[in-house]
Design a protein around this ligand. Structure first.
Ligand SMILES: [Zn+2]
Length: 234
C-alpha cells in the first residue's frame, strides 16, 4: 500500500464494525486511531472518521454472514490486472484452484459512491477476492489473517501470471486436473465461495486458442513460402 491507501475492517459482533480511519498510513496506525461503526456506517466511537470506502465493507458484511474481516488495498501487480480489466481466472497454479478458485474483475465505480458497491454486488456472494476495475483489490474471510492472506495470495498469483505472460507461454491445467483439485479442496476442508464452470477457472479445454507473436520479417517469410508453394502446385 502506497501512502495512506487501503483499509481494513473487522466484525466485532452482529452490530459493530471496527475499521481503520481515513487518511492514515497503515504502518503508522495505533489502536486509538481505530473507528467503530454500526452496520449502516454510523460512527459509534473513535476520534477519527472511517474511510470513505467503508460502504464497500458494509456491503460485504451484509451479503456474507460468514465474513468477519475485510482487506482492501492497491497492490501494484494485481491492480495492474484490474486496470487492464483482465481477471485472474486461469488454471495455471494448483494452489490457487484450491484456495480462491479465480479472481474476477468488478466493473468500475467511483470510490466512496453507490456506483462502486453496485458494481461489486453481483460478485460478493460468489468470490472471496475481487479485482476492482481501475482501482485495486478487496479480499475477505472468516478472520483478519484469512482476509490478509487472501490479499497476499492475490498479489502473488498476479505476479506469477505476469511472469507466464512475459515468458509468452502458459500451460493450463485440464478440466480433469481441476476436478481432482476440487475433490481435494473438499477433502482438506478448504472454504472458498468461488463457483466452478467454463469461466472459473479457465482450463486447457476452455481456454482460447494459443496466441503467438511474429516479427514482420517472420510473417513475410511465411507468406512468401505459402505463395511459392501455391505457385509450384499450379
Ligand atoms: Zn481503494
Amino acid at each position: 500500500m502506497a501512502s495512506t491507501d487501503g483499509n481494513i475492517s473487522l466484525r466485532l459482533d452482529p452490530r459493530r464494525i471496527l475499521t481503520s480511519p481515513t487518511s492514515i498510513s497503515k504502518g503508522m496506525m495505533t489502536p486509538d486511531d481505530m473507528v467503530i461503526t454500526d452496520l449502516q456506517g454510523n460512527k459509534l466511537s473513535g476520534r477519527r472518521n472511517a474511510s470513505s470506502e467503508l460502504p464497500m465493507h458494509l456491503l460485504i458484511y451484509q451479503r456474507r454472514p460468514d465474513v468477519n474481516a475485510i482487506c482492501h488495498a492497491h497492490p501494484p501487480v494485481a491492480t495492474g490486472y484490474a486496470a487492464a480489466g483482465v481477471p485472474l481466472n486461469k488454471a495455471i497454479l494448483s494452489e490457487l484452484v484450491l484456495s480462491l478458485g479465480c479472481i474476477p474483475v468488478a466493473r468500475y465505480g467511483t470510490p466512496g459512491t453507490a456506483e462502486l458497491t453496485e458494481a461489486m454486488e453481483p460478485l460478493v456472494q460468489s468470490y472471496d477476492a475481487i479485482l476492482m476495475a481501475n482501482h485495486g483489490v478487496v479480499t475477505y474471510g472468516t478472520d483478519l489473517l484469512t482476509a490478509f492472506f487472501r490479499m497476499e495470495t492475490t498479489e502473488h498469483f498476479a505476479r506469477v501470471t505476469l511472469v507466464t505472460e512475459l515468458i509468452g507461454k502458459q500451460v493450463l491445467l485440464s478440466g480433469g486436473d481441476v476436478e481432482k483439485l476440487l475433490a481435494a479442496r473438499a477433502r482438506y476442508g478448504l472454504q472458498t465461495a468461488a463457483p466452478t464452470g467454463p469461466e472459473c477457472p479457465v482450463t486447457s479445454e476452455t481456454a482460447e486458442p494459443e496466441r503467438i507473436t511474429l516479427t514482420r520479417r517472420e510473417l513475410e517469410v511465411l507468406v512468401e513460402e505459402a505463395v511459392q508453394k501455391d505457385r509450384s502446385r499450379r
